[in-house]
Design a protein. Structure first.
Length: 355
């Protein structure tokens, strides 16, 4: 299912063709969809997002002003962690725009995504939406979900068995290296965006490329115009490392260590495909804020275009529906979620540690 497609999902929608099997798969989800719609939880919260975007922009401007005021002192480095948190907030806004949570207008969503992704973060909005669409359609599917494809990390013992050389060492120790590697995620996301320009159509490539280049020039100019070179290098290193760590800590608990569909086995319908592969994180308002609403991963995967503030409101409906169907609804604390993720990563590399 694509990013905003759930609003069109019925037993007779294109996602559930008119076969008996497809209607049976859709029937588990359709009553839940109707219940969610009846409570208007798919209606957009334009005012909430307008306030969120405005406050985030003002906070970014305040950090920039602070850099200009104290850039000559090493105390300016104290602003780097603040900027990393605000950068994650910016990424969450871009994420929500890509899911059509902010507005149903595709052009407006793309503009919001380009501003918050390409311009403010140096991350390609087109690259992210294309990759994220495939993830949402088949979460944790080893052949179809790019988030579990073998790369620096691997997620199954079969993937681990094919590793050689340095990558084999990485896999053997990936549980210990997982969080240190996320320190590089901020830079990796920028690199992936530039690499993806070759895939994009000419007009999209020009727009995305110019905005990515503008970000790099603007970021370097801001640093060098507000502080000495040594301060600037240290500031950038702290900012980018903590930004990557923050994103890694927000994304890691969502699916790692959860069910992975058997490519040759039983075909799951939308409800089971999204619920069984996702993990929720318990917590209050602070958890919601720090994780950008992604702690409601099950709700988000079932209804990708549901506005962020509605996810917690939909949770009781979804929990009850899963309970009635006997479908496990996985929910745990933040620290325990990391423990489960690292245990899974450790187990994947187990077969290589006896060498």
């Amino acid at each position: 299912m694509t990013l905003a497609a759930e609003e069109a999902v019925t037993e007779h929608s294109p996602h559930f063709p008119g076969t008996t099997e497809a209607r049976r798969e859709g029937s588990e989800f359709t009553p839940l969809l109707r219940a969610v719609k009846s409570q208007t939880l798919l209606e957009r919260r334009t005012g909430w997002y307008a306030r969120t975007i405005t406050l985030n922009a003002l906070a970014l401007a305040a950090v920039g002003a602070g850099m200009a005021l104290i850039g000559g002192s090493w105390w300016v480095l104290a602003l780097a962690p603040v900027l990393s948190v605000l950068s994650a907030r910016t990424a969450f806004i871009g994420h929500d725009a890509g899911h059509a949570q902010i507005t149903g207008n595709r052009t407006a969503s793309r503009i919001i995504g380009l501003i918050h992704g390409n311009l403010l973060l140096g991350m390609s909005y087109s690259w992210w939406t294309e990759k994220h669409n495939r993830h949402h359609a088949n979460p944790n599917h080893i052949d179809k979900d790019p988030d579990v494809a073998a790369d620096v990390l691997v997620f199954t013992s079969d993937q681990a068995a094919t590793r050689t050389g340095f990558r084999r060492w990485l896999t053997r120790n990936q549980a210990w290296l997982f969080f240190p590697l996320t320190l590089l995620e901020g830079l990796a996301l920028k690199l992936y965006g530039f690499q993806d320009l070759r895939r994009q159509p000419p007009r999209e490539r020009v727009v995305e490329g110019l905005l990515l280049a503008t970000h790099v020039v603007g970021y370097v100019t801001l640093l060098l115009c507000t502080m000495p070179l040594g301060h600037a290098l240290a500031f950038a290193a702290i900012h980018q490392a903590l930004f990557g760590l923050h994103l890694g800590m927000a994304f890691a608990p969502n699916h790692k260590g959860m069910e992975m569909p058997d490519p040759d086995g039983e075909r799951w319908g939308h409800l089971r495909r999204q619920v069984l592969t996702s993990r929720n994180i318990k917590g209050g308002a602070l958890t919601d804020w720090l994780l950008g609403g992604l702690n409601y991963q099950i709700e988000h995967h079932l209804f990708p275009s549901m506005p962020r503030p509605h996810l917690r409101l939909a949770q009781p409906l979804i929990k009850a529906h899963c309970r009635d169907l006997g479908i496990p609804f996985t929910e745990t604390g933040l620290i325990d979620s990391y423990r489960q993720v690292l245990r899974h990563m450790y187990g994947v590399g187990e077969g290589l540690r006896g060498e």
